[in-house]
Design a protein around this ligand. Sequence first.
Ligand code: GDP
Length: 541
Amino acid sequence: MSTALDRAAGSTGAAELPPPVARRRTFAIISHPDAGKTTLTEKLLLFGGAIQLAGAVKARGDQRRAHSDWMKVERERGISVATSVMTFDYGDCTFNLLDTPGHEDFSEDTYRTLTAVDSAVMVIDAAKGIEAQTRKLFEVCRLRDVPIITFINKMDREAQDSFELLQEIEETLALEVTPASWPIGMGRQFRGCYDLLRDRLILLERSKGERPDEGEACDGLEDPKLDALLPDHAVAQLREEVEMARGLCPSFEFDRYREGTQTPVYFGSAINNFGVRELLDGIAAFAPPPRPQPAAEREVAASDKKVAGFVFKIQANMDPKHRDRIAFVRLASGHFKRGMKLKQVRTGKQLAIHNPVLFLARDRELAEEAWAGDVIGIPNHGVLHLGDTLTEGEELHFRGLPAFAPELLQKVRPIDPLKAKHLGRALEQLAQEGAARVFKPMIGADWIVGVVGGLQFDVLADRIRTEYDVPVIFEATQYYTARWVEADEPAKLKAFIDRNKANLAEDHEGFPVFMARNAWHLQDGQDGAPDVRFLATREPV
Ligand code: GDP
């Protein structure tokens, strides 16, 4: 009898893709801080044979905890060029794991990274259930129907009741859940899991080395093997609970998972390396190979022959003395080779890509070639902007995530007034990188900086000081929110701008933005200009 895994493997939709593309799985882990993302990443890399980096990830986790919050962010930023993408092989697949910054006060960076993945793993702390950030990140995944596999971590600790956890996921996220494995006990009594998709008993052996063994194949839950391997009460409980779970939850449906409406749930303990192999097998079998990416002109299939990709992240280099940046490009199609000339659609320029970087698990190295689904890093001096599309000549504009209106706005000024110009340049670069929104009011000389999480102000102040040598102060403003404004008729927009100069600013690309002082002011502005649209998000140009 074929198992759910075999059936899914036969229908991964990969048949028409070139083999190197079909075996790629580009994904991210979404979680609330402390749920175990770093630990799980380390264990995933262990399976990929990248043991050295696994150590590095661990050290990073430890260092992070030793620092204050924003130092932690800074620290991550400093080393994340190397770890933003981790590529490793396991089984027949090549995995590209994209790191989403793990701090509580996330930025747009995190959102944008999710535009570059084909699926996600949602890690949940078994004692805490769904937490605030898991939920936010989940909503971003949902915007793009990103399929999600759930890993309930820390089963070796006192956990919430498994049924309650499943119900919580289902209710808070409005997402159908189906258990892929079922835990046997929890906390100190946690003995392992029964793999519901492959009918295997997998026992936790705390004293064993890094890799747990294959588990014991069973002929269903009634197999007497279970009675031999587990104490009576544990077997009885397992049988009863699985029967209940099967009665309460729908069975795994590959198509529903792929549409993003159902999530298979694995239970495990990352720190004990337990459940990680099953999770990886699950990603390999179910998670989509590179998905078609939406562009304004058409959908770009991963099987398309010509190279096309988009910049989803820009990272200042590790060395603050050098201004070079790495643009992270997700390839949507084609077979990229080093030295290729690609067209930057925004400017029409041809760029010869001589030194692209691939992020193999151990280290980064020159990318001689890359396929749809891969992420390459392109060092540049600010030529590449967020949202840029690169092609072999075609006029394409990928639809990334729109820019979000910032939720917090502050004024920034240099401590030394003579450095105003330097500050302007720094802000422009940071805005291009996507580290902040920067607004220049049409009247006056201030710079207004907008972010989605308050911690970003500290990080920015630190970066502007260390990377641009301009100590700055952030100050409260009267602004409550910002809205991009546009109109179908340029004359109407111009008339609006002329009438409202005192309330308008330009973003770093020169687009007009209405700066509202409060909700009433925003409403009043909108009511007074029926021909003008006020937008909380702006599509990338
Ligand atoms: P992150 O903030 O999501 O990256 O979480 P970390 O991986 O840094 O883990 C947070 C804390 O939980 C660390 O102290 C880990 O050692 C611990 N931890 C991670 N996984 C497990 C697990 O399976 N069981 C237990 N008991 N602790 C875990």
